[in-house]
Design a protein around this ligand. Structure first.
Ligand code: HEC
Ligand code: HEC
Length: 300
């Protein structure tokens, strides 16, 4: 593509610009012409059209109505001149709603940045003991995280509960900070093809046994060998999981994807990929630190 004809972000290409520019002005002109052409031209009370003895009256538009119409056309010309709307012409005030929003956002950031910085400079305990810091953390959480983790951070299917004891990726402040800043992707491969239907059922019974749940002992015994060959590398010999890989603890009966035989079998057969998006660019270090301290406090 020829770079010189590539419009900058948010702008129209030259031809679209002129199309909109001319189109808008011509439309205004046509509207004006329509009004002008339909004004009352004679003193006759009728247009001269008669159907079955019924005459079509030629009643003029009320003055106030025509006047408003003309005023609104004049207003629109001034509006277009000051605020833009003619293609890429931004108006002599160069105002835009996105520009105003950006400016307000920058002003807001500048106003509150020192407060975030001051609170984030505290150490973990001091932050958690500071009601303002925790309130700010909660606000940030509701605005940025609650869509997935829920307003009370208790998560839902596929989105971890952040108030319980299980930390898939680790509980330390630095682990939580990394989860927020860089995001996390937990990949549980699909084992259906390798295990076959019976294999999936057997190993799932073994998982139920690891979690201390009711299970079929024979099937669990049959699945144990497969667990030891395939699953240990990530979930560990005892099923305690591995925070480096984001492999969850299978022994605590806390489930990201459900703990029934059906749900576990589904997970084992088809795999799962949980994705926590990175937030560093969006939030910056200080807000992330406040969020991490807030979240850490939830599971105390
Ligand atoms: C390559 C590493 C790896 C291997 C091997 C692996 N898993 Fe996983 N498993 C994971 C990860 C990572 C997750 C979390 C997925 C996510 O966060 O979406 C997971 C999730 C699970 C879950 C869901 C836990 C929950 O809380 O809902 C179950 C059950 C499970 N694995 C069982 C198994 C079994 C049984 C095997 C062996 C057949 C196995 N896994 C092999 C990495 C692995
Ligand atoms: C688009 C949905 C989404 C949003 C938004 C989101 N998260 Fe997550 N988050 C997830 C998912 C999914 C996981 C689990 C990843 C996995 O499967 O391992 C996760 C994992 C986490 C973890 C790791 C939990 C553990 O047990 O180790 C933390 C901490 C976390 N999120 C905090 C946050 C915070 C703080 C925010 C807001 C800044 C946030 N999340 C926003 C989806 C989201």
């Amino acid at each position: 593509m020829d770079v010189s004809t590539t419009p900058a972000a948010g702008l129209l290409s030259t031809s679209w610009h002129w199309f909109v520019f001319a189109g808008t002005l011509i439309s205004l002109l046509l509207i004006f012409w329509l009004l002008y052409a339909n004004r009352k031209t004679s003193d006759n009370k009728t247009t001269g059209h008669v159907w079955d003895g019924i005459e079509e009256l030629d009643t003029p538009l009320p003055m106030w109505w025509s006047g408003m119409f003309i005023l609104s056309i004049i207003f629109s010309l001034f509006y277009l001149l000051f605020y833009g709307g003619l293609g890429n012409f931004g108006g002599i005030l160069n105002w835009s709603s996105t520009g105003e929003h950006d400016q307000q956002q920058i002003a807001h950031e500048q106003r509150f940045a020192p407060m975030y910085a001051e609170l984030a400079a505290l150490d973990l305990e001091a932050m958690q003991a500071n009601p303002v810091a925790m309130q700010v953390g909660r606000r940030l959480f509701i605005n940025n995280c609650s869509t997935c983790h829920g307003v009370s951070a208790q998560g839902t299917f596929g989105y971890p509960n952040l108030t319980d004891d299980e930390w898939i990726w680790g509980r330390s402040l630095s682990a939580i900070t990394t989860s927020i800043e860089q995001g996390r992707t937990g990949v549980m491969p699909a084992w259906g093809p390798a295990l076959g239907d019976d294999g999936v059922t057997n190993v799932s019974h073994h998982v139920l046994r690891l979690a201390g749940q009711p299970h079929d002992v024979e099937k669990a015994d049959a699945g144990q060998g497969q667990y030891q060959t395939i699953c240990v590398s990530c979930h560990g010999v005892e099923g305690k999981g591995n925070p480096v890989l984001g492999a969850p603890d299978l022994t605590n009966n806390i489930w990201l994807y459900g703990g029934s035989l059906e749900e576990i079998s589904f997970t084992v057969r088809n795999g799962r990929t949980g994705n926590m998006p990175p937030h560093e660019a969006l939030l910056g270090k200080d807000k992330v630190r406040l969020l991490a301290a807030y979240i850490e406090s939830l599971s105390q």
